[in-house]
Design a protein around this ligand. Sequence first.
Ligand code: TYM
Length: 377
Amino acid sequence: MNVTEKTKITPWEVTGKVDYEKIMTKFGTEPIDQKILKQLSDLTSGDIHFMLRRGIFFTHRDLGWLLNRKKAGENFYLYTGRGPSDHTHIGHLVPWVFTKWLQEKFHAKLIFQITDDEKFLFNENLDSETTHSLALDNALDIVALGFDPKLTEIMIDTDRSGLLYPQAVKIAKKITFSTVKATFGFDQSANIGMIFYTSIQAVPAMIESVRNGKNIPCLIPYGIDQDPHFRIARDVLPRLGYLKPASIMSIFIPPLSGVDGKMSSSDPNNAIFVTDSEAVVKRKINKYAFSGGRTSVEEHRKLGGDPDIDVSYQWLKIMFEPDDSKLKKIHDDYRSGALLSGEMKAILIERVNSFLKRHQEARERAKSTLQVFLDDH
Ligand code: TYM
């Protein structure tokens, strides 16, 4: 969808400057306001995740409704996903880290869909063996983040077609070609798998209701680029007798090149992958991370830098510095000129590398426990 003339957001591509206020208006979603934060706080003993406090998760659909039902004693389940086109990058971790927090706080079951079919259909350069092996590779990252094995089911689409396909056809029958064309902007050259695909992404939003024979509310956390799929799902599911899924959406971690747009695997120098080595992380951040600093140290000391356009600061804010007071000090020191750009980058490099060290070790260990997550729950 074109949000403004220069900005395009689809589940496969984000270009231009992203104005999140405008997106909310255009997509018709609600802001995460004080009322929602209070509802969340009441149900989590006052523990509000920093991504909520800082507006990283900034918008939702029907979250208030879902939390009211939870308060009245009704459980909900979580659903999120990954399209395996490459190794996982830091951007993908934003919704997953937050989903893990939701799982812990609400003791909720999580369905994690890995859409190897999607990436095969949408990417000319990937064959189906590659997308399937990337699905298994990406699944290790999900396990490594520490989701509860009893409460987490990872579904790789082509392995779970027996479960997904019978539901997908019911959904597909309710979606016209013109809706798909208008929602995703496909032209005549789109293959017919692309046209069908959204019905597969909709299935996990109702699958627990199908399995349990009664409606169970579903909450889907995701980066805002995935929203078009769920607009369609919310339209179709009630027509099949299921609830509309609720959702909570985040902003994007920007690419290293600057604060506009989203980090994406298609631009490897501007993304950091969870498999990158310490030296690669250091090189990429030092070489490519756009700086909000001044041209000389003297000028920077005198005038200060701009954290709003400094990618290293933005990554700390979105993901790598959960402590509000530490983040504020970094912000204020940068603004005043006490903290230099190179020092800001050094803080980020240290945070990313210590996160990745732990993650990479957990990823190795995940190889022996992965199967538990892939089994039918
Ligand atoms: P994928 O693999 O493109 O992205 C996985 C998740 O990561 C989010 N994301 C980002 N978040 C913040 N900053 C970024 N730079 C960034 N890049 C990606 C995406 O919004 C997404 O939440 N079709 C989906 C797979 C899928 C799915 C789902 C995603 C299937 N079912 C349900 C979310 C919810 C895809 O290709 O995601």
